[in-house]
Design a protein around this ligand. Sequence first.
Ligand SMILES: Nc1ncnc2c1ncn2[C@@H]1O[C@H](COP(=O)(O)OP(=O)(O)OP(=O)(O)O)[C@@H](O)[C@H]1O
Ligand SMILES: [Mg+2]
Length: 365
Amino acid sequence: MALQCGIVGLPNVGKSTLFNSLSNAKAQAANFPFCTIEPNVGVITVPDERLVNLAKIDNPKKVIPTTIEIVDIAGLVKGASKGEGLGNKFLANIRETDAIIHVLRCFENDNITHVDGTIDPVRDKEIIDTELQLKDLETIESRIAKVQKQAVTGEKSAKRLFEIFQQYKNVLEQGRSARTVVLDKEDRKLVRDLHLLTDKPVLYVCNVDEKSAVNGNAHVDAVREAIKEENAELLIVAAATEADIAELETYEERQMFLEEAGLTESGVSRLIRSAYTLLNLETYFTTGPDETRAWTYTKGMKAPQAAGIIHTDFEKGFIRAEVIKYADYTALGSEKACREAGKISVEGKEYVVQDGDIMHFLFNV
Ligand SMILES: Nc1ncnc2c1ncn2[C@@H]1O[C@H](COP(=O)(O)OP(=O)(O)OP(=O)(O)O)[C@@H](O)[C@H]1O
Ligand SMILES: [Mg+2]
């Protein structure tokens, strides 16, 4: 299943415009608040030069990039956690995502309505954060009520859970996000089914005008200062410009347009790369005469789990993996040459897959 990133922000800040610049599925983007009600879902193929280079070597029948899903969600307003605006429905859409792309309006334009009258991305960010935190507080309070009894009489894990919930509650009550609570691996497992909104990794996208696409502006600086302690990524994107670029037919045209705007890489590529880092994702490849394909896995995964992404049987019946490094494959030009040069390593269940590995799994079922 593809990972999902949800685009959130106040109404009319450019969420659908950003969505349109990212995906081929088109959402309605217009200058009025609450233009989007039903979430728009788009699939983005992850651009990867290595996939192209491998395909050049093997010339397969099919080349399959890996994908992530982007969801354009309705705008959120103050009071959403209490059902204002599109309130709870909106929050349910966010709960289903793996990461949040938080769009902040950092462009001045008197013709585009701002629901709060002035351009102030730091205030906007706080409005959204507060709503998400209030919703999390509600979740945590109801969970605390449930484990309270067990925490006194029950097992050690229930006691620990109770402590962690209290920690979350304290943080949220101070107006901070759940992601500021740092847990070790064991504790993480305990709270796996909690799905707090403010625990999801977040990427801030400062939506600027075309002139500020490269260096940003004072609004961007203010956001950068405000998120300094959050351990979050910030990306400057001129969404309206990017959406125009995405409309162009050919790669050459798009490249020319980008250069005119002073950009070397499209916002789409930058955003996807950031989302990958944010979600702790890497890519391995499989390649041969039939198919060259990129697979997304979570950093640190061992060979059997990584094989399970292709098919659960690969994980269940895992025997071993043959691994070729991308650099060797492209330098030597074929699997045969790699074999002859001793560049294929045979790895077992404990092998930790590395970004760019070319994998061949052996399994029996
Ligand atoms: N960087 C930008 N510069 C100028 N105008 C922009 C920029 N980004 C978006 N806009 C304009 O802002 C308006 C609102 O954009 P959009 O519909 O994408 O907002 P939204 O956040 O999806 O709103 P809603 O929450 O109502 O769905 C549109 O007219 C769009 O063209
Ligand atoms: Mg919209």
